[in-house]
Write a protein that binds this ligand. Structure first.
Ligand code: AMP
Length: 417
């Protein structure tokens, strides 16, 4: 695959760079601009080659699906996309891009992402300048990979660079439509640095080498149904799959254990049974749980540690015996893939299980290849200060899971091959 590194001189060339600047924010205030900083090496390399960079990203959600279902009117959608709706307008990103470039680079913003205004803004760019276009999702055709929209975007530029790993599992107009058209026209399409790092690290978790065994996957979080395909795939690749978080209770119920009123997906019980049979002891479940009689942090709520959960209580974290058992398996691993917290880590009382997994992985430093597959587990790893203890922390939760599920294939990567 062509990468940003081996692109030729780009003087006079307009480059469409799909970035993932879907940053956490409230209005115009961005609380964490890591995603912007992570794309800077790619942008800087392109500018160094003389390119005129057009940055395209999504931010938040426009309710197109509700519009399609008739739950929202076109007027409501238009109102959502008013320039002053700073929950989805990307203009506040501009200041962060300028600051992150760390030198005098001209960054402009176009409040449109289609039509004559965008065309004029792209044409006005000079070598070494950056244009940030409006949120890609302002166009209903983005998520449908509308050929007309993709053709319009492709007509504006000479080169495409993909650096939005968090969106690479989605075949949208900006991730797949544009590069497929440019490729057909014999134009250059390439991977950015962020993508190279993600693809390299996650590919190692897909094509398992003998020296990477024992390979242990750790899954947590809420929904089994979200992770069904990944469990199937991991069962073929891993030596052990540790399951914590709310997900574990669907498996425990499938074994006939009492789970009180813990979160459970009745529709996934048969699947869980099938997995447990196929795994032949390789799926490791918690042996105790932290339970509460109130998920909401009300005063006087009961919090206990038990092995069998009574009615009226729900499991909200793995217990200390489970943490010890999981840590023991982790300590023998040569490769780890982790996605999903062990408990409700947003509440201090239920963080211990997720922290215990962080510590166990930190203890592997220098001895194993360890990957945190994005999403909430990546937030937890950062929040608890363990980011640097991992070989790789992915920027895309959904994308990293799909990459494992699909044996290393993602629409936004395959199109660049
Ligand atoms: P996911 O997006 O599927 O990775 O789920 C992440 C969410 O799962 C986080 O918000 C956690 O609070 C939640 N979670 C983890 N364990 C539990 C649990 N035992 N009960 C309820 N929610 C949980």
């Amino acid at each position: 695959m062509l990468t940003v590194e081996n692109l030729p001189n780009l003087q006079g060339k307009k480059v469409y760079v799909r970035v993932d600047f879907n940053v956490p924010h409230k209005g115009a205030v961005i609380s964490d601009d890591n995603r912007i900083r992570a794309a800077i090496p790619t942008i800087a390399a392109l500018l160094k080659k003389g390119a005129r960079v057009v940055l395209m990203s999504h931010l938040g959600k426009v309710d197109w699906k509700k519009f399609k279902k008739g739950e929202k009117t076109k007027e409501e959608i238009d109102a959502q996309m008013e320039k002053n709706n700073l929950e989805i307008a990307v203009e506040p990103l501009k200041a962060h891009i300028s600051a992150a470039m760390g030198r005098e680079v001209a960054v402009s913003f176009c409040p449109e992402n289609r039509g004559p205004a965008l065309k004029a803004a792209v044409e006005a760019l000079r070598d070494g300048e950056i244009l940030l276009a409006q949120n890609t999702r302002y166009q209903a055709g983005e998520e449908k990979n509308d050929p007309e929209l993709a053709a319009e975007w492709a007509s504006l530029v000479d080169v495409f660079v993909m650096d939005a790993f968090g969106s690479a599992h989605r075949a949208h107009a900006s991730t797949v439509g544009v590069p497929s058209i440019l490729k057909e026209q014999g134009k250059l399409v390439a991977l950015g640095y962020l993508m190279i790092k993600e693809v390299e690290n996650l590919s190692r978790c897909v094509e398992v080498k003998p020296e990477d065994r024992p390979y242990v996957a750790i899954l947590g979080g809420l929904k089994v149904s979200d992770k069904i395909k990944v469990i199937d795939s991991l069962l073929k690749k891993c030596d052990y799959i540790i399951i914590g978080g709310a997900m574990a209770y669907t498996f425990k119920k499938a074994l006939g254990e009492s789970i009180g009123s813990s979160y459970c997906e009745e529709a996934s019980l048969d699947y869980a049974k099938k997995c447990l049979e196929e795994a032949k002891g390789r799926i490791i479940l918690p042996v105790d749980s932290v339970i509460t009689d109130s998920f909401e942090p009300v005063e006087g709520r009961k919090i206990e540690v038990v092995s069998a959960i009574p009615e009226g209580f729900e499991g909200v974290d793995i217990g200390p015996k489970s943490a010890e058992k999981f840590a023991d398996i982790i300590s023998k691993a040569k490769m780890i893939f982790w996605n999903g917290p062990m408990g409700v880590f947003e509440q201090e009382e239920f963080q211990a299980g997720t922290k215990a997994v962080c510590v166990a992985i930190k203890n592997l430093e220098g001895k194993a290849f360890t990957v945190c597959g994005g999403g909430d587990s990546a937030s937890a790893v950062k929040q608890f200060g363990y980011k640097d203890s991992f070989s790789h922390v992915s920027t895309g939760g959904g994308a990293s899971l799909e990459m494992i599920e699909n044996d290393g294939h993602l629409p936004g990567v395959d199109i660049l091959r």
